[in-house]
Structures are given as C-alpha cells and as structure tokens.
Design a protein around this ligand. Structure first.
Ligand SMILES: C[S@@+](CC[C@H](N)C(=O)[O-])C[C@H]1O[C@@H](n2cnc3c(N)ncnc32)[C@H](O)[C@@H]1O
Length: 311
C-alpha cells in the first residue's frame, strides 16, 4: 500500500519556521515525510533534519521518500517525547526549528490493517501507532471496566453517550469478545439516538477517544513540548499543528506558561520565583487552513497551527 499523506498547511508551516539554508531542524512527527521533504528542500544544500515517528512504517517510507537528501537526515523510531535522548543521540547540537504535526497520518487511517478507521468493518481493533506497544484498542474495549471505559470516551472523545456505550460494550463482551472495528461501530450506532447522528459519523468520537488512550497522545505532551523548546537555539521556532480541542488546549496552555515571566505574588517587592519568559508566541490566534485547502483536503478542516519563537 502506498504511503499517502497530504501535508497540512505546508506553506504556513515553512514560512512560520523561517527556514534557513544550512539550518538544523527537528520533525517530531515524520508521517508521510511531506513537511520533512520541504524542510530539506528549502534548506539545501546542507540543511539537516532529525525526525522521529512511533510508526516504523513511517520511518521506512521516509528513508525512501527522502532518498535524494541522503546524508542530511537521521530518523529515530521513537516518541518525540523522548526528545532529550534523540538530541543527544543526534550529536547534541540544538535546533533552528522544530515541527509537530500531531495525530494520525492518512496512511494509518486508510490502512485497514491498523484498525484506526470506523469505515472498515472486518479489521481487528488495534489503533497502535507503534505496532510493538503492549496496549491495543482491543485490550481497552475488552478488558477495561465500565467506569474506566466511560471516563475515556467522555474525556478523550467528549462523547455525550459515553456511559451508555460503555455499558453496552461491557454487556456485549460477556457473550463474545468485541474483535473488529465493525462490531464496535454497530454497538455505538445503537447507543446514539437518531437526532444526534447528524454531525458526522456516530463512531467518530469513540474512535478518537480509543486512539488517544491507546497511544497516550496527551500524556507528557506538555513536557515534551517544553523539552523541544529548550532544545532550540535562540530565535529558533516551533510550529505545532493540532486536530482536536484537547491537544490544542494543552499546546496553548504550555506556550502561555513559557511566555509568562515571574509568577510571584504582585505584593512582593522583588521576584523570588526566578521564572523567566522563554518564548514569544507568534500566533496570538491559531492559523487555520485556507478555504481552498479545506476543500481539497478535508483533514485540514479541524487543523490549528500555533508557532512560537525561542528567546
Ligand atoms: C499527521 S501525521 C504527520 C504527517 C507529516 N507531517 C507529513 O507531512 O506527512 C502524524 C505522524 O506522527 C506520528 N506520531 C504521532 N504521535 C507521535 C509521537 N508522540 N511521537 C512520535 N510520532 C508520533 C504518527 O505515527 C504519524 O505518522
């Protein structure tokens, strides 16, 4: 299967990163390597790229896709939250810029084997970005108790009918395990009243919740972003694309925190906290894809791009 993924807000990201010829860049979410390709192209002839992805298929595809830049990139099949380790393994020199394009790639969604899509029916529930990770969506759906399941669907999916869906899952699996995405979609479909099915696929929120839980997408995101920012050179930039409000909130809050100087009580005559502003936020409001891009690439509809500059 071809590794197909159209990079979201490509031009906005490249401009936002203020790429320099010969610069050194970090792409934490290599995916289909669309953004990485452009970084290497625009920093030619000697710009460098270090990239990570949890998915080894993304790494294999990246090696092929970026072949023409051989010698200028290094990949690590790991979580970008292990940034400090990657920085030291790649020589320790700080970066001129970094990019995170969070979430799943179109390849992962379209590749039915991976179990990310509610459109495929006979696929085993999986949803792991890293296929060697111990926890899959099958484990969550078949092993978690009702309260934990309901919590996950409600918090990570903002699903109104979380409790009902969790109850039916628990009843159904007493008879037989829920093995496929199709079986799960059928359960969800029965739990959601008709009038609430008008805004997109009824399984969308549950699938998002399971994916976030399985891949621990929100855990340590803020710390990971802080590590990346501390691994930038002065004036280095970080661009982050998010696709849902939960991760966008974390990115926004993390940036705000790093932009804040001294947090001492205003009544104190001198600063005792020692906190210093580390970044300037360049996007007071997040950038969204143009109407044209939204039409051409529906994935970009919910995308929000936030950019900072390190002080
Ligand atoms: C939206 S795609 C990136 C697409 C890429 N920018 C492009 O132009 O093709 C997200 C990719 O990031 C990977 N990913 C998501 N979270 C990750 C994490 N915490 N660490 C490393 N890779 C991650 C996914 O496996 C997926 O391949």
């Amino acid at each position: 299967m071809d590794f197909h993924h159209i990079p979201v807000m490509l031009e906005e990201c490249m401009t936002g990163l203020a790429l320099k010829k010969g610069g050194r860049y970090f792409d934490g979410t290599l995916g289909g390597a669309g953004h990485s390709y452009e970084i290497l192209l625009r920093t030619s002839p000697d710009g460098e790229l270090v990239a990570t992805d949890l998915d080894e298929e993304a790494i294999e595809n990246g090696e092929k896709r970026l072949k023409e830049f051989e010698g200028r990139f290094k990949f690590f099949n790991t979580n970008f939250k292990n940034f400090n380790e990657v920085l030291s393994l790649s020589g320790g020199e700080k970066f001129d810029g970094a990019l995170l394009d969070l979430g799943v790639s179109s390849y992962q969604l379209d590749n039915r084997e991976r179990g990310f899509s509610y459109m495929a029916s006979e696929t085993r529930l999986d949803m792991r970005m890293n296929s060697k990770a111990p926890l899959s969506a099958w484990d969550v759906v078949n092993k978690y108790d009702k309260a934990k399941l309901s919590y996950i669907l409600s918090v990570y999916g903002e699903e109104k009918f979380a409790e009902k869906i969790a109850s039916v899952i628990v009843e159904r699996r007493k008879v037989n395990p829920i093995n496929t995405t199709g079986e799960l979609v059928e359960i969800i479909d029965k739990c959601i009243p008709y009038k609430f099915k008008q805004n997109g696929h009824p399984a969308k929120k549950t699938f998002q919740a399971l994916r976030i839980c399985v891949n621990e997408e929100l855990d340590g995101l803020s710390e990971g972003i802080k590590d990346i920012i501390r691994g930038l050179k002065p004036s280095g930039r970080l661009a982050v694309i998010t696709f849902h409000s939960l991760e966008d909130r974390i990115v926004k809050q993390t940036f705000k925190d790093l932009e804040t100087d001294c947090v001492c009580d205003k009544r104190l005559p001198i600063c005792v906290c020692g906190k210093k502003r580390e970044i300037n936020i360049l996007t007071k409001k997040p950038i969204e894809a143009s109407e044209k891009e939204k039409e051409e690439n529906p994935r970009s509809k919910s995308a929000k791009l936030r950019i900072i500059e390190k002080i």
